[in-house]
Design a protein around this ligand. Structure first.
Ligand code: 2NE
Length: 292
């Protein structure tokens, strides 16, 4: 897969269903449970940017390669004192920019989750507009988790045994959006206890939109995408910005306000203003109604 300039992707797979209006972006590091490094995030941002600018695309699916993980967060092997480091001499937390990009992207982004969505990978699914989960999906934050608590149990649940103590947190969208999604008490539970939750538990908490058998995951996700694609693109664009506006503060209002300007530019009233300027005359707005 390549980006718009023909540069090949290394850490992701970027596909478009021609004629369907669907783009699919897959984190392709299955050996690391699709943990992201700075390069992964840079490539994700390039792909999302391309999908945003491609007017044939109406919905974007974000997923992880394989069935074991959607994404396990930042690659801990590359973590340094100032963020994650791969090919630069300094660390970065560029996944935070990716989260903002997904929130502001004026097209729905659907997380298609099989296996683990944990740590920064859990935050990634939360910032997507919707989440379709497979029955084997596991959700949770790992940052504050201390493994001895679990390994001291006489019969520790198998999926908790391998969790390492990473010493991290996401006090941005990872906290605020979570609180909005599952409520303040549950959000505290998710972070303070750092438990993992099954797909069905996540469904009950309002963390995902639906749970389907693993074998049905892609089919069901495409079904949801097609249903969205049948609907008005501008209505969906405005609604996405409206649904995010309060939580995203001034940036959210800017996105919503930008949509108002975009729509206004298409009106005769706005065109009269522009034409008058170009024709060096006073605009005549008298013919436009002041609606109640
Ligand atoms: C995801 C989980 C629960 C999977 O467990 P399991 O048993 O299915 O797989 P295993 O054996 O743990 O992992 C397979 C391989 O992937 C690597 C492992 O080290 C292992 O490597 P090998 O032994 O085969 O060489 N791997 C998995 N996740 C990785 C990661 N995040 N970084 C580097 N290597 C990883 C289990 O693997 C797990 O708990 N993973 C760690 C989850 C985690 O704590 N993520 C970081 C949270 S912090 C974060 O993402 C973040 C943030 O908080 C703020 C800003 C930005 C990022």
């Amino acid at each position: 897969a390549t980006d718009e300039s023909g540069k090949p992707f290394v850490d992701i797979i970027y596909e478009k269903a021609v004629g369907e209006g669907i783009a699919k972006i897959t984190i392709n590091r299955p050996d690391r449970r699709n943990a992201f490094r700075p390069l992964t995030v840079k490539e994700l941002m390039r792909a999302f940017n391309d999908a945003r600018d491609d007017s044939s695309i109406g919905v974007i699916i974000l997923t992880g390669k394989g069935t074991k993980a959607f994404c396990s967060g930042g690659d801990q092997a590359l973590r340094d004192s100032d963020g994650y480091v791969d090919f630069d001499s300094f660390g970065r937390l560029n996944v935070l920019d990716l989260q903002v990009q997904i929130r502001r992207l004026p097209k729905p982004v659907i997380a298609m989750v099989a296996g683990y969505a944990v740590g920064g990978g859990h935050v990634l699914h939360m910032v997507c507009d919707m989440t379709i989960a497979a029955g084997n999906a596991i959700f949770g934050q790992t940052g504050p988790k201390n493994p001895p608590f679990f390994v001291s149990l006489s019969h520790p649940p198998p999926l908790l045994q391998s969790v390492s103590q990473v010493g991290s947190f996401d006090a941005g969208y990872g906290s605020s959006i979570m609180s909005r999604l599952v409520g303040p008490k549950r959000a505290r539970e998710m972070w303070f206890l750092s438990r993992f939750y099954t797909a069905d538990e996540a469904d009950k908490m309002g963390l995902v939109n639906t749970v389907v058998p693993l074998a049905e995951l892609e089919r069901e996700t495409v079904k949801w995408c097609r249903q969205i694609l049948r609907n008005s693109p501008m209505a969906i664009r405005v609604l996405k910005s409206a649904l995010n506006a309060a939580d995203d503060g001034y940036a959210g209002l800017q996105e919503l306000g930008g949509n108002a300007t975009l729509i206004f530019y298409g009106t005769e009233e706005a065109k009269e203003g522009k034409n008058a300027y170009m024709e060096r005359r006073r605009p005549d707005f008298s013919k436009f109604p002041r609606k109640p």
